[in-house]
Write a protein that binds this ligand. Structure first.
Ligand code: AHR
Length: 357
């Protein structure tokens, strides 16, 4: 009896040992599977600066559709909500997560040295996209891809110069207000400079520069107060489309009309971006007279940079995107700047229909 009880106890112990051993080995397997899955993907941490404009939404969409699992990526997306502190926190989290690449769309240019040094110390390549960073040591980032913002501003100012010359409008009769973007952002710095330099050179009356933060709400608010302060505005230079939408609303609500006929009291709206539907249709309707393109489709460009790095090549430090300038008016068909010629694209519905953003 005692002997058979001992045998039963031994058997139970054996069964328990086998089943425990089984569960240990499946746990180990689970860990290994997880490791293999994350090893399969290139992990990218993307700190987007916010969601202030239609351009930004198109840009976020472009990044998300480039960095999909189907394409071999795991994207960790963080929205900085227009605050540099949020973006710095996101970068520190990416470093802790040991991502393979950090992509940063910086809200403003300065203030990045410390956190980029931390990324460099951790051995994580940083790709800057859209706006630039202003750092003391440019080895703190691998490369940058984005727009030539000052060139956009210069093209717009040259368009205005040619247009007013052809329409025989005296420089001193051109009364401009500039609704600027987020102060300290590359897009603001470049576009503001493009206009300010041309105003000084040509003798235009640049009456005010006020930030509209790249948003429709602020663009409207700022335009309402500018209309109260000045009764002779005939050109509104908006540093993006959303500000232009807001400014147009304010102008119309004040009982005035936007358009290219400034000799007859219309207020000419100039803008940047050209994100499909609304902005481009406004050009066809002459609510906005001219738009300098800012191309938001950076997803495939950043992906190509990462592919080059993965293949062991060194991408260009700075890559500028080619961009157009659009107007429905045929008064100005081409521009010449620093010896380079640029065609003005005369906008039609067909061109709008063929654009992908
Ligand atoms: O940095 C690009 C600018 O940022 C775009 O012109 C604007 O729409 C966005 O908010």
């Amino acid at each position: 009896m005692k002997k058979s009880l001992a045998i039963i106890i031994i058997l139970i112990l054996c069964i328990l040992a086998i089943s425990c051993g089984g569960s240990f080995s499946s746990k180990e397997e689970a860990v290994n599977v997880e490791e293999t899955v994350s090893d399969e993907y290139i992990v990218v941490g993307f700190s987007q600066l916010g969601a202030e404009s239609d351009w930004r939404s198109a840009n976020t969409e472009s990044m998300k559709s480039a960095f999909t699992t189907e394409n071999g990526y795991k994207l960790i997306f963080e929205d900085g909500q227009q605050k540099q502190t949020n973006q710095i926190t996101a970068i520190r989290t990416f470093i802790q997560q040991e991502v393979d690449y950090i992509v940063l769309a910086p809200v403003t240019e300065t203030g990045w040295d410390t956190v980029l040094q931390e990324a460099k110390d951790a051995g994580i390549p940083v790709i800057i996209v859209d706006r630039m960073v202003d750092v003391s040591d440019d080895s703190l980032f691998t490369c940058w891809v984005g727009s030539a913002f000052e060139l956009e501003g210069k093209k717009m100012a040259e368009w205005l110069k040619q247009y007013t010359l052809k329409e025989k409008i005296e420089p001193s009769d051109i009364h401009i207000v500039n609704i600027q973007g987020t102060i300290g952002a590359s897009a603001q710095i470049g576009r503001t400079k493009g206009l300010a330099d041309a105003a000084t050179e040509n003798g235009w009356d640049l009456m005010a520069e006020v930030t509209g933060d790249f948003t429709q709400a602020k663009g409207k608010e700022v335009m309402e107060s500018l209309l109260k302060r000045y009764d002779n505005i005939n050109v509104v230079y908006c540093e993006n489309d959303n500000e232009a939408f807001g400014a147009i609303e304010a102008i119309e609500e004040a009982g005035k009309k936007t358009g290219s006929d400034i000799a007859n009291g219309e207020i000419m709206v100039l803008s940047f971006d050209g994100v499909k539907e609304d902005a481009m249709n406004y050009v066809l309707q002459d609510k906005t007279t001219c738009i300098a393109e800012c191309n938001p489709l950076h997803g495939p460009r950043v992906k190509a940079i990462i592919e080059a790095l993965e293949a062991g090549s060194t991408p260009e430090k700075y890559s500028y995107v080619d961009e157009e300038i659009y107007s429905a008016s045929e008064v100005v068909k081409n521009l010449s700047l620093d010896g380079i010629n640029y065609d003005v694209t005369i906008l039609t519905q067909d061109i709008i229909d063929q654009r992908s953003y």
